[in-house]
Design a protein around this ligand. Structure first.
Ligand SMILES: NC(=O)c1ccc[n+]([C@@H]2O[C@H](COP(=O)([O-])OP(=O)(O)OC[C@H]3O[C@@H](n4cnc5c(N)ncnc54)[C@H](OP(=O)(O)O)[C@@H]3O)[C@@H](O)[C@H]2O)c1
Length: 255
């Protein structure tokens, strides 16, 4: 049975991705920053009939927590087939009237950048580096970096693309996903002569807590878009960027 580890899987897109990987016959380690929340999610999945799932505490922004998660999973398996780097935050705050405070390059505090990069960029690197040894033991290792089309510098810099979210700027979150994209390109290049398939996937604008439930898509569609790249064959793409919301035809979008 293939094994997958998903960060930030106690709710929303991560939880749905866990459900869909279970449906595909995977055994799933469900990463959760708060173990109790992770266990509740596992109970929910078990109540639906999925038994090969267990919660693992992991705060991707914390070195010790990531090391402990690696140790815990290492006690259960020698091989990991799929890593989904899903945990992510925007750093967006609301004002006293409940309106979004825009993230601007002109004035947003460096502390907000540090907070968001710690999870969205360093967190992904921390987790990926910690689990690469287990992934290297798989015949078909796959890493999905859950990015955002919002991280595409091309779409966000060229009005000619008619990108739906062109005017939805927000420098902290967007640049964190651009940085994640470049991490993806580098890692895929470094592992190009192996069976690894490592892609950045945008789930699309999805109704979750991340966007105060303003998203228009469903977690089911978001999960499908992620799982597709967890399941690609050895002839599949690597080092690419996909967003089916933006490009329903091939899914591939420019960096
Ligand atoms: N929703 C969208 O429209 C959209 C669009 C494009 C990309 N994405 C990306 O999709 C991914 C999932 O987003 P979502 O919409 O499902 O967000 P969400 O509802 O806010 O859920 C985020 C998940 O990440 C976890 N998390 C946050 N910081 C963490 C940390 N330091 N360590 C471990 N876990 C952490 C959260 O845990 P807690 O429950 O403990 O907070 C939660 O489980 C993110 O990477 C996001 O950037 C989302």
């Amino acid at each position: 049975m293939k094994k997958a580890f998903i960060t930030g899987a106690n709710k929303s897109i991560g939880l749905e991705t866990a459900r869909q990987l279970l449906q595909q016959g995977f055994s799933v380690y469900l990463g959760s920053r708060n173990l109790e929340n992770g266990q509740k999610a596992v109970e929910q999945l078990k109540a639906e009939g999925w038994i090969d799932v267990e919660a693992v505490q992991i705060d991707v922004a914390d070195d010790d927590s990531v090391k402990n998660a690696r140790t815990e999973i290492g006690k259960k398996t020698d091989v990991l087939d799929v890593l989904i780097n899903n945990a992510g935050i925007t750093g967006v705050k609301l004002d006293e009237n409940g309106n979004l405070i825009p993230q601007t390059a002109e004035s947003t505090s460096i502390d907000v950048f540090k907070e968001v990069y710690e999870t969205n960029v360093y967190g992904v690197l921390r987790v990926t580096q910690a689990f690469l040894d287990l992934l290297k033991k798989s015949d078909e290792p796959r890493i999905v970096m859950v990015s955002s089309s919002q991280g595409s510098i091309t779409l966000h810099s060229d009005p000619g693309y008619n990108y739906k979210y062109y005017h939805h700027k927000g420098v902290v979150y967007l640049s964190s996903k651009s940085a994640l994209n470049m991490v993806t390109v580098n890692l895929a290049y470094e592992l190009r002569n192996t069976n690894f398939k490592i892609n950045a996937v945008s789930p699309g604008f999805t109704k979750t807590d991340l966007n105060f439930n303003h998203g228009t898509g469903t977690v089911e569609d978001a999960g499908k878009r992620i799982v597709k790249y967890a399941l690609v064959g050895n002839d599949g793409p690597t080092g690419k960027f996909f967003c089916e919301e933006t490009n329903p035809e091939t899914g591939e979008i420019p960096w």
